[in-house]
Design a protein around this ligand. Structure first.
Ligand code: NDP
Length: 283
């Protein structure tokens, strides 16, 4: 008999997680605030308290931090291991860890780097950042590995959320760039479907730029190995602005990044790459 667990939340992600545990042979007790279809083979509980009481290991996948607080408010967590897969901020995760600890539970926070269809399919590349109680992580290693690969990033309960949000931020920038590119070609006789592979290929080819940024941040020398200097890139900004104007497209997605690049040039960083932008953001 494999380890049993409880899942609170049967939204798109909670349901996918539950199905992956059932498929791996783990008995699962489930609860959802409003009536929702129960995955085949799962055991529904009438209340969140009953669902928690059913198993030591409790996985939570609700909308946000507030819904987690609301759901756990009156529940005894003594002796439970609580794994929170609800997206939150690092500070929210740290506060939740303290709150659950005070009530007798061990806490592990998780950041899911996947969409529901990738859960339970090892070839999808799905993984989950975990941080918090190492003991809880070690105790449930087999269960945690069923939905997606496990990446444990340390005992600070805020780190999983921080890694998660940092990667989402990088992804947002990528989506924003693609949105602007599609807008630029939108008025022409160019098929977005035929153009898409060009965007994907170029984004892939350029993705390694982050390694250069990291190396410069580590050395403190922002001109190290530069082959595209910021003065040149700022001139390209003007060409990008004129192109957007010609195509009748708003520059608003690119404008904030361009403004930071140009500020760095104005402050004497023209021979550097874009790494100085990181410092401007932190200031
Ligand atoms: P859904 O919108 O599909 O489900 C939301 C869930 O939260 C439902 O079970 C809902 O219950 C519950 N809920 C909302 N408010 C409350 C409340 N006040 N008290 C109790 N339960 C509440 O969202 P997902 O399943 O897609 O996402 C869940 C979490 O997983 C989110 O934090 C999300 O950021 C994260 N995630 C999702 C990904 C995705 O692609 N879907 C990817 C990575 C992370 P009810 O049915 O009663 O409304």
């Amino acid at each position: 008999q494999k380890q049993a667990l409880t899942v609170l939340g049967l939204g798109d992600m909670g349901s996918a997680l539950t199905r992956s545990w059932l498929a791996a042979g783990h008995p699962v007790t489930v609860w959802n605030r409003r009536p929702r279809p129960v995955p085949d083979g799962a055991e529904p509980a009438a209340t969140a308290a009953q669902a928690v009481a059913a198993n030591t290991l409790v996985v939570i996948c609700l909308l946000d931090d507030a819904s987690v607080r609301e759901t756990l408010a009156d529940i005894d967590l003594t002796g439970h291991d609580v794994v929170n897969l609800t997206s939150s901020t690092p500070a929210e995760a740290r506060a939740l860890a303290g709150w659950i600890g005070e009530r007798g539970g061990r806490f592990l926070d998780g950041g899911i780097m996947a969409v529901p269809s990738m859960i339970g399919t090892p070839e999808s590349g799905a993984y989950v950042f975990y941080s918090g109680s190492r003991a809880a992580h070690d105790a449930h290693a087999e269960v945690l590995a069923a939905p997606a690969e496990v990446t444990y990033v340390g005992e600070d309960p805020g780190y999983a959320a921080l890694y998660d949000m940092a990667l989402l931020s990088a992804m947002w920038g990528m989506f924003a760039g693609a949105a602007h590119a599609f807008a630029l070609i939108g008025r022409e006789d160019i098929s977005p479907v035929e153009f898409a592979p060009l965007i994907v290929g170029y984004q892939r080819a350029m993705a390694g730029y982050a390694y250069g940024t990291a190396s410069q941040l580590a050395s403190g020398d922002y001109a190290e190995g530069v082959e595209s200097n910021l003065t040149m890139m700022s001139t390209t900004n003007d060409t990008l602005r004129r192109t957007a104007a010609e195509q009748g497209v708003s520059i608003e997605l690119l404008a904030p990044f361009m403004a930071l690049m140009e500020r760095r040039v104005a402050e004497g960083g023209g021979r550097e790459s874009t790494t100085g932008v990181v410092d401007l953001l932190r200031a």
